[in-house]
Design a protein. Structure first.
Length: 116
């Protein structure tokens, strides 16, 4: 079993920054790739960013490239999403994700709202 708990969401003005955190338990955290997804009201959940197990390789959706940074601290079993230059279209619930033994795990989500 894998448990993921996100935190750090909130209300911010356009151009502002937020840092999301996702604390993981119940697995060998350093063995697994981690990702962030988001889902806006009325839209499908979409990929945001991914980091490999040792934090070296990262990959981003084009919509956030250059503004968001994914990182991880394996000693703390935590993955982060630093979000800068936020736009109203970044408003969504953000979810942490990992796959273990072909099973996808999700956190409960944290809401990010960007006002114009």
């Amino acid at each position: 079993q894998v448990q993921l708990v996100e935190s750090g969401g909130g209300l911010v003005q356009a151009g502002g920054s937020l840092r999301l955190s996702c604390a993981a338990s119940g697995q060998t955290f350093s063995s697994y790739h981690m990702a962030w997804f988001r889902q806006a009201p009325g839209k499908e959940r979409e990929f945001v960013a991914r980091v490999n197990n040792n934090g070296v390789d990262t990959y981003y959706a084009d919509s956030v490239k250059g503004r968001f940074t994914i990182s991880r601290d394996n000693a703390k079993n935590t993955v982060y999403l630093q979000m800068n230059s936020l736009k109203p279209e970044d408003t969504a619930a953000y979810y942490c994700n990992t796959v273990s033994r072909s099973v996808a795990y999700w956190g409960q989500g944290t809401q990010v709202t960007v006002s114009s």
